[in-house]
Design a protein around this ligand. Structure first.
Ligand code: ADP
Ligand code: ZN
Length: 212
């Protein structure tokens, strides 16, 4: 199954992608996590992406399409994958089409704007493995320590309130048009993000037809 998760920053795409990945045994491919890793490692690519990411802008299509293309060619993606944070522009969606990638479902996780800011302030990510948490909705077992790998969880620099607002603007302008793009192909399914992660996951599994 090849899936795309669509949704505003902080809507919970990453968390739901992790749940689907665990359920189906296919990788979660997060361009945001890959870019953060590149920035952390100080690679050439990371250096090129950093300024855009810090200010809440999108990294150039050229860079992101390049890393995505390499990633989906890896063996673990042969039986399916979950794209989390890609495509984010119509140009990226078109690039995916022209790579010949077949998409089964585009799942939109919808959360109203007024809930987004509150969600973002409690968001934490693992410095080691990129797993996402929320101090209220999805806390780590031990405060500040990742359940999966034991590394420290931190607040992302681009989760500051000002940057969150500009990321929401960018989402509306550049990414939301993808809803129409995929609705036209009949592949778009929308689920509303609930307060409890598990409640959203239940709706997501039902929408994908993979509930027990
Ligand atoms: P969010 O949780 O806000 O959806 P991500 O972790 O997916 O954020 O992405 C963080 C940042 O990485 C984005 O604000 C953007 O700068 C960059 N980024 C991630 N994916 C893409 C993409 N497909 N195209 C352009 N920029 C991207
Ligand atoms: Zn971790």
């Amino acid at each position: 199954m090849n899936l795309i998760l669509l949704g505003a920053p902080g809507a919970g795409k990453g968390t739901q992608a992790e749940a689907i990945s665990a359920k189906l045994g296919i990788p979660q491919i997060s361009t945001g996590n890959m870019l953060r890793e590149a920035v952390k490692n100080g690679t050439e690519l990371g250096l090129r992406a950093k300024a855009a990411m810090d200010s809440g802008d999108l990294v150039s299509d050229e860079i992101v399409i390049g890393i995505l293309k390499d990633r989906i060619a890896e063996p673990d993606a042969a039986n399916g994958f979950i794209l989390d944070g890609f495509p984010r522009t119509v140009a990226q969606a078109e690039a995916l089409d022209s790579m010949g990638v077949r998409i089964d479902t585009v799942l939109e996780v919808y959360v109203p704007d007024e809930r987004i800011c509150a969600r973002m302030s409690g968001r934490r990510v693992c410095e080691g493995c990129g797993a996402s948490y929320h101090i209220e909705y999805k806390p780590t077992t031990e405060p500040g320590i990742c359940d999966k790998c034991g590394c420290k969880t931190v607040q992302r620099a681009d989760d500051s309130p000002e940057t969150v607002l500009s990321r929401l603007e960018v989402y509306k302008e550049k990414t939301a048009p993808l809803k129409d793009y995929y609705a036209q192909t009949g592949k778009l399914v929308t689920v509303t993000g609930q307060e409890e992660v598990a409640d959203t996951t239940k709706l997501v599994f039902e929408a994908l037809g993979i509930a027990d």
